[in-house]
Design a protein around this ligand. Structure first.
Ligand code: SAM
Ligand code: SF4
Length: 414
């Protein structure tokens, strides 16, 4: 029996999908990249922005026909939108067999087992395929949930309070991934650097994961500026496996907006941290998330976001249009007309893209160590994606010269 997974949203969701896939494989299922071949369709949803939720819902709607084409097919809907709208989903899409909210993903092993108890009806079982995940770059979730309450964000409502995996559990998972072929590990959590378990803090975990035999590179996502302590910065700089690249969401360059968003840091504190990190790790790349059009954002507030981008020269960034999420504190505030949000989004994107291109262009002619992942693609330690033109097999690190940096994916010279 084959299954197909469609994932919406962030890396956290990709990691959850990988975890659920492993459970399905342990039940004897085989993953396919072709929905027509599949008997089980897993849709892992996101609800961070309305747009992501809408896309997932229209995909689920289309699955009615997919399901009707072959007897015994099953549709499973998981993730944050499933958590937020479980009853609505069950009413609107009665053909869905199972809805598993984001808070229950840890229990997916039992859920998968229950779902597939009905598998005698299907003749295509294939137990011969081992449950391996052969990715060179693997995600390992170290914590779930979020204790913050950024006023725009639905995540704490759909994922709950923070829970941390133990160091032993995390190291066990890292070793499993390495055994399956991983060379690079990305540690995941909503505020990943707030990790604590017993005496262990995030910096300890960075050291321990980096020391696992076979781990060549370590990354993490998404850190929160508040927990970017000196010790974390020193550890990043000192441990060779930790890559010189940081995605540190700032959200806005205006202190008024940061306060209204309840982000728990000021622009000045954020800038000071980046300066410290750049001193400790020269050559490090820096990326960020920004929200434009948050309720009450004046033209001056928006200008401060643009000036922060100019000041810090982010290597790349994700610019989000503010999306009202029902139940969050910001949903009670008057939101801006969509045209204004669109217009600010466009201006912000243009600036970020211009700087990103300038920075990438400087890489042309340089030699970069690329860890090859698959299909001729790999990444530099600084997290640029590079098309390697057939140099090296997956899992190998190759030194290439960059010939073209016009697009976000760099081209290595032939
Ligand atoms: N936990 C991470 C943090 O605090 O930086 C981010 C997790 S969130 C899933 C990813 C990004 O989505 C956020 O950094 C923010 O920029 C964006 N986001 C969250 N809620 C949003 C909303 N209501 N509207 C627009 N963007 C939003
Ligand atoms: Fe959402 Fe803020 Fe938690 Fe990030 S830190 S998940 S933006 S509440």
């Amino acid at each position: 029996m084959k299954f197909y997974v469609r994932t919406y949203g962030c890396q956290m969701n990709v990691a959850d999908s990988n975890e659920m896939s492993r459970h399905l494989k342990a039940e004897g299922l085989v993953e396919t990249q072709d929905p027509d071949e599949a008997s089980v369709m897993l849709v892992n949803t996101c609800t961070v922005r309305q747009h992501a939720e809408d896309r997932a819902f229209s995909e689920i709607g289309r699955l009615k026909r997919w399901k009707a084409k072959r007897a015994g097919r099953k549709v499973v809907v998981t993730g944050c939108a499933a958590e937020r709208t479980k009853e609505y989903l069950e009413d609107r899409f009665p053909f869905v067999d199972l809805v598993v909210g984001a808070k229950s993903i840890e229990d997916f092993a039992q859920v998968a087992h229950r779902l597939l108890d009905r598998r005698e009806t299907d003749e295509e079982l294939d137990y011969a395929i081992p449950a391996v995940d052969d990715k060179v770059a693997a995600f390992v979730t170290i914590m779930r949930g979020c204790n913050y309450s950024c006023t725009y964000c639905i995540v704490p409502y759909v994922r709950g309070r923070e829970i941390y995996h133990s160091v032993e559990q995390i190291l066990g998972e890292v070793r499993d991934r390495v055994r399956e072929g991983a060379r690079e590990i990305t540690l995941l959590g909503q505020t990943v650097n707030s990790y604590r378990h017993g005496q262990h803090r995030f910096a300890d975990l960075l050291e321990r994961v980096s020391a696992v035999d076979g781990v060549d590179r370590v990354r993490f996502i998404s850190p929160h500026p508040y927990y970017m302590t000196d010790r974390v910065i020193e550890t990043m700089a000192a441990v060779p496996q930790v890559c010189e690249s940081l995605h540190l969401p700032v959200q806005s360059g205006s202190n008024t907006m940061l306060k209204a968003m309840a982000r728990n840091y000021t622009r000045e504190q954020y800038v000071a941290q980046i300066e410290k990190m750049r001193r400790a790790m020269p050559g490090m790349t820096l990326s960020t998330d920004i929200i434009v059009g948050f309720p009450g954002e004046t033209e001056e507030d928006f200008d401060q976001t643009l000036s922060l981008i100019e000041e810090l020269q982010f290597d790349w960034g994700f610019i989000f249009k503010y999306s009202t999420r029902e139940g969050t504190p910001a949903a009670k505030l008057d939101s801006f007309p969509q045209e204004l949000i669109e217009e600010r989004h466009q201006r912000c994107l243009e600036l970020v893209d211009r700087i990103a291109l300038e920075k990438r262009s400087k890489l042309v002619g340089t030699l970069q160590d690329v860890l090859v992942e698959e299909n001729n693609f790999g990444r530099t330690r600084t997290n640029y994606k590079v098309h390697v033109n057939g140099d090296g097999a997956p899992g190998q690190e190759v030194r290439v010269s960059i010939a073209n940096a016009h697009r976000a994916t760099l081209e290595a010279a032939l």
